[in-house]
Design a protein around this ligand. Sequence first.
Ligand code: UD1
Length: 366
Amino acid sequence: MKIISVVGARPNFMKIAPIHKELVKQSAISGQHSLRHLICHTGQHYDEKMSRIFFEDLELPKPDIYLGAGSGSHAEQTAKIMVEFEKVLLTEMPDLVIVVGDVNSTIACSLVAAKLGIKIAHVEAGLRSFDRTMPEEINRLLTDQLADYLFVTEKSGLDNLRREGIPEEKIFFTGNVMIDSLVHYLPKADKSNITEYFGLSPLDFVLVTLHRPSNVDSPDNVGKIISLLNSLAEKRKVLFPVHPRTKKNIDKLNLTINPDLILTEPLGYIDFLSLTKNAELIITDSGGIQEESTYLGIQCITVRDNTERPVTVEIGTNRLAGTNLAQVELEAMDVLNGRAKKRKIPELWDGHAAERIVEIILKDKG
Ligand code: UD1
């Protein structure tokens, strides 16, 4: 059996890593030399700090195939990936393509596989923000229509897929592979000295990541975000690893930065995990960080009007503050004044999702 897993953008790497490890393990246990797993990197993210450092941190082998797609408009990026991935599939003719998450690489590779009649497994299926102005929502909806195996991380995903008419036999509630990586690498993250490096004390700083086009594509809004962070830096040290999309707009403005607001480059997986675990509060618009903070019981404010991960708000530490920055500041002060949300860990976020996924894939293929 030949499987190709697709990675393209930063949030994909920690989702494929546990699946890769489990496939290697199963292939060794069963002595199945006939099981081959290839990793295809589309090159959607290409910077050292957005890509290569994750392969090292997550002990992933060098990708077997690199498409070098790079940046561009949505159409350009998706099209470049499709053209290159079609050549790969025609040469390799795998039995299954595994895609994860909701980035442009996910839908691009799914479309190509579906038209060549190659089966698709979508890991992290069924999440919905119900906001079609988000490119990720379009990618999620379409990928789920094409997939043959839909592996779901939280119960809302099951409801969404059933409502959309996806046949029951394609849907599997397997848990969260991103939490598999978190559980596996937490001991390593505990040895990181990144908090000391930035002069931060555990549970006494605010960690920020913001990269959604709706928050950072207007220089005016980026200016307002920095002024909010300047004001929070009066109360706590604030660390903001800046995504390239966000940096482009920060660089355009001549901003005054509070010395206790530290702007830095994007960080690797292990160091960022250590910071997540040690933060008093996280302010983010990322999808994955809402889940990681819930698992770790760290307070999280999400700067979005909706979330496709409602379990993190319902039983987790996540608060949906909306994109009104005055409201974000109010919620932040609430947390810094000691009003913390308690959390339960969502069902099947136990570090074993990849095992369940691989078992289903291999059983079906017999
Ligand atoms: C993509 C995903 C988003 C995910 C995010 C995580 C889509 C539609 N969006 O958004 O779901 O949350 O990744 O990071 O797939 N750039 C660099 N270096 C890089 C990568 C990007 O400079 O290594 C620049 C690009 O030139 C571009 C901008 O950052 O101008 C955005 O990159 P892009 O891949 O289009 O989308 P993201 O905003 O990163």
